[in-house]
Design a protein around this ligand. Structure first.
Ligand SMILES: [Zn+2]
Length: 313
């Protein structure tokens, strides 16, 4: 076979494999995560009832890897400049030095430069079901105000779009960073004035980027914490659901009270498989109860977090 034919065969093979979706058996624990907000207990219950097959591809593996690499390099550079607060950990052999909520990278024990670590936010004393989350950092402006920062990756073309034609920032990213504002204020007892979403181009992160941000009111932060309280309660009901009366409560207390609410608050966040019937109570109850009848025997154990005890039957 000529080299031209080999090149053609390889290129066809690459294109097929690179774009193929493959089934994966996800081992990711089914936790209540800020990155999955806004949460709906009914949608979560339905997902556990039907246990949909998950897929991955080279593209999603690639973007995930690039995202991780981008985060660690940006975090370190910005943390080093003293205007960004985070946690620091010494990596010198045998040294246990660390700093929490700090802009000082020097190790308190051995004086070497430590490695920047995201904020480790554990609020299980307030929200027992909320997974521990990692936050990119807190920016302190020259007036002394604090802003929660989240880094995201995008492409150069998107980062360069003018304000009127950009679709950034994504609503889901805003929901996530606003929740962080409320949670970090609760955890560290400091006032968070607002948030910054910093999108960097994967091919030229040093020069091509776009930052968005806003102020967040005390009232808004309170409202977010109240919502998280409900999410926390509903998550517990889903993970310990043993009878249909709990399902009925989840239906009664579901966050989408109308299609308008769904379109505004949920449709852009990955959508919901129940959206076509959720506002027709008869069809909704028929679908959910029939899925409840034929649910998998592992409904309670499927991807259950190892630290979450099973309900007593
Ligand atoms: Zn040290």
């Amino acid at each position: 076979m000529s080299i031209d034919l080999v090149l053609h065969e390889f290129s066809t093979y690459y294109s097929k494999q690179a774009n193929a979706e493959r089934e994966i058996l996800s081992t990711m624990e089914d936790k209540l995560r800020v990155s999955g907000f806004p949460y709906c207990g009914l949608r979560h219950l339905y997902k556990r009832l039907i246990q949909p097959t998950e897929y991955t591809s080279m593209g999603s593996d690639y973007y995930l890897g690039v995202g991780i690499a981008t985060h660690s390099s940006i975090q370190h550079a910005l943390g080093y400049g003293r205007q960004m607060y985070g946690n620091w950990k010494c990596v010198q052999p045998g040294c246990q030095g660390a700093r929490i909520f700090s802009n000082i990278s020097k190790c308190p024990a051995c004086s070497s430069i430590m490695v920047y670590k995201e904020f480790f936010l554990d609020l299980r004393s307030t929200f027992p079901n909320l997974a521990v989350c990692l936050l990119d950092g807190i920016f302190r402006d020259s007036k002394g105000h604090y802003y929660v920062v989240d880094y995201k990756t995008t492409n150069s073309k998107t980062a360069k779009l003018p304000a009127e034609s950009t679709y950034l920032p994504y609503l889901a990213n805003i929901a996530q960073v606003r929740a962080y504002c409320a949670l970090i204020e609760l955890r560290f007892n400091i006032e968070i004035r607002g948030w910054l979403l910093h999108y960097v181009a994967r091919d030229k992160p040093t020069h091509i980027y776009k930052t968005f941000g806003d102020i967040i009111s005390t009232k808004a932060k309170k409202r977010i914490l109240a919502k998280i309280k409900t999410y926390d309660k509903h998550y517990g009901m889903v993970m310990n659901c043993t009878d249909f009366s709990t399902v009925r409560t989840l239906i009664e207390e579901k966050p989408c009270t109308s299609r308008e609410v769904y379109d505004k608050r949920y449709a852009n966040f990955g959508g919901c498989p129940l959206s076509s019937i959720c506002f027709n109570s008869k069809r909704l109850i028929t679908e959910v109860s029939s899925q409840w009848e034929v649910k998998e025997p592992n409904f309670l154990t499927w991807r259950r977090p190892s630290k979450l005890p099973l309900p007593k039957l």
